[in-house]
Design a binder for this molecule. Sequence first.
Ligand code: FAD
Length: 368
Amino acid sequence: MQYDFDYVVIGSGFGGSVSALRLSEKGYKVLVLEKGKWLTARDFPKTNWNLKKWLWLPALRFYGLFKLTFFRHVAVLSGVGVGGGSLVYANTLPVPKAKFFQAETWAHLADWESELAPFYQTALTMMGATPNPRLEAGDLALQQLAKDIGKAEHFQPTNVAVYFGKPGVTEPDPYFNGQGPARTGCNFCGGCMLGCRFNSKNTLDKNYLYFAQKNGARVQAETEVYDVMPLATSNGTHGYRIKWRAATALHETRGEYTTRGVIFAGGVMGTVPLLLQLQRTSLPHLSEKVGAGIRTNSESLIGVTTFDKQKVFSEGVAIGSILHTDEHSHLEPVRYSAGSGVWRLLMSPLVQGRNALVRIANVLGDLI
Ligand SMILES: Cc1cc2nc3c(=O)[nH]c(=O)nc-3n(C[C@H](O)[C@H](O)[C@H](O)COP(=O)(O)OP(=O)(O)OC[C@H]3O[C@@H](n4cnc5c(N)ncnc54)[C@H](O)[C@@H]3O)c2cc1C
C-alpha cells in the first residue's frame, strides 16, 4: 500500500521532535503537523504585556506561543508553536530522583532508573545541558534561605538548555561538531519563557527538529489535526488517514494525508482531548484507560516582589537555581524579563467564590 508518509507526528514539542528525529534517522518519510506558528526570534514579545504576541488565543486571533487553560481548581500552562513547550519552558533539565522510578504504577515493569539512564544522558547532550553559571538576586535569596533552614547542601544551580558562551556573541554550532545551527551567548535578560529573542535557548528547533529536517522530515506549521481514521481495517493494520485544518487561516482550509503510523505528541492538552474524541468516533478500540490517571506536576506558583528598588529580580535565566527542601519538594525562583508584569496578578488576593465572577467581585471587595 502506498502512503503519503511512513509516519505522521502530531505536535512538534518534546515528544514530537524526538520521534521525528529518531524515525527520520531510520530512513522513514516523516511529516510533523503542528497547530502553532513557526516563530523566530523576531516574533517573540519583549514583555508578556504584548498579549497578542505572547498568548495562544485563537478566538481573539492571538497566535502567540503560550496557552493558558483554566479548569475549576487548576490552571494548565503550555506552549504552542514549532518546538512546542520548549519555546516557553524554563530550560531546566532535571533527572528525576530514584523514588520516581519506583512508583507503584510502573515499577513492576522494569528497573526504569537503569533502563532510562542512557536516554536521559542522550537527551541532556542533545539539549546542550549546562549548569547555570550566574546566580542572580532571586537565586541568592534562595541560597540564603537554604542556609537559614540548615539545608545549604541541598541548594544548587540548575542544569539548563541554554548556550552561555560569550554574552551576545554568535558562534558556529558548539554542540554537534559544527553540524547544528549557530548559537549566541545568553545575555541573562530573564526572557526565556517569552521565547528567546537572542538565539541562546536550545529550543527543539535548534537540535532534535533541526536534524530531523536535515534528514528529510517535513514540518507543517499552523495545521491542527482533528481526525485520525484507520484505512481499510479498523485496527490500523493498513494505516491511517489524518485529517487536518488550518489553525490560523481566516478561510477554512482542510486537507488529509495517509500514513502507515501515527505518533500522538500533542502534549496533554492536545493529545488527550483528541484521543477522547477519537475514541467516540474514528478509533472506538482505543483503551478505556485513555484520560485516566491524569495529574498535574503539583506546582504552585507564588508571586513575590520587593519594595527595594535596588533589587533586580528579572535578570538571569528563567530558573537559575533549586533548593530541595525535602525528599519530595523543591523551591525554585522563577523569573520573567523586566516589564513582564502580567504575573503580578498572581499576587492578587486568593479568594473563594462559586464561580469566576463571584471570585473577581470578592477580589475587588478585598482590595477596597
Ligand atoms: C511555562 C512553562 C515552563 C516549563 N518549564 C519546564 C522546565 O523548566 N523543565 C521541564 O522539564 N519542563 C518544563 N515545562 C514542561 C514542559 O514544557 C512539558 O512537559 C513538555 O513541553 C511536554 O512535552 P510534549 O511533547 O508532551 O508536549 P508539548 O511540548 O506541549 O508539545 C505539544 C505540541 O503539539 C501541538 N499540538 C497539540 N495538539 C495538536 C493537534 N491536534 N494538531 C497539531 N498540533 C497539535 C501543540 O501546539 C504543541 O506545540 C514547562 C512548561 C511550561 C508551560
